[in-house]
Design a protein around this ligand. Structure first.
Ligand SMILES: [Fe+2]
Ligand SMILES: [Fe+2]
Length: 173
């Protein structure tokens, strides 16, 4: 991201630190959900384990990629920034649900919200790269946005499954 990086390196590092905090939190959410799904008797969800694991691994790759980019711009990926702190605070509510004994329907509700934010974050970066004409950065951001779209499709589908069962089939979550 040569062009974008040169435009305002400090602010770009800050934005990447925001994404990094988000991606790290995403990995934690997926790990906790995968554990619960594995232990559950929910056959439909158990079939999705492979896909969920793939999405979890993509969050890991996103975090590692952000770390690399921050370092390449002369930043420190372990340093907290205003935006990384904001994301960590926002994520506390989601983590509180996912690390509790909440039913899987509530966990996926929280994960779906996390993925909405994940999509919005990468879409912001794509837009920013476009605006400063950084094609390389745009392609890198776009590649990850496409993963996020896939993540959101899955959480949306699972959420729909629960809602349908609760509303139309009268099942308890
Ligand atoms: Fe992500
Ligand atoms: Fe995601």
């Amino acid at each position: 991201m040569e062009i974008l990086g040169k435009t305002n390196p400090e602010k770009v590092i800050e934005l990447l630190s925001e994404r990094l905090a988000y991606e790290r939190s995403g990995v934690k959410l997926y790990d906790a959900i995968l554990k619960k799904v594995k232990a559950s008797r929910h056959t439909q969800l158990k079939k999705l384990q492979k896909e969920l694991k793939e999405h979890r691994d993509q969050e890991v790759e996103h975090a590692e990629w952000c770390e690399e980019q921050i370092r390449a711009l002369g930043g420190d990926p372990e340093l907290e920034t205003e935006k990384s702190l904001l994301v960590e605070t926002e994520a506390q509510g989601l983590e509180q649900i996912i690390f509790s004994d909440a039913p899987l329907s509530q966990m996926f509700h929280a994960l779906n919200l996390a993925e909405l934010g994940d999509n919005a974050g990468w879409a912001q970066l794509v837009g920013l790269a476009e605006q400063c004409g950084d094609d390389d950065a745009r392609a890198e951001f776009q590649e990850r946005l496409e993963h996020e779209e896939e993540h959101l499709r899955l959480t949306h589908r699972v959420l729909g499954m629960f809602v349908r069962a609760e509303v139309l089939e009268g099942e308890m979550a």
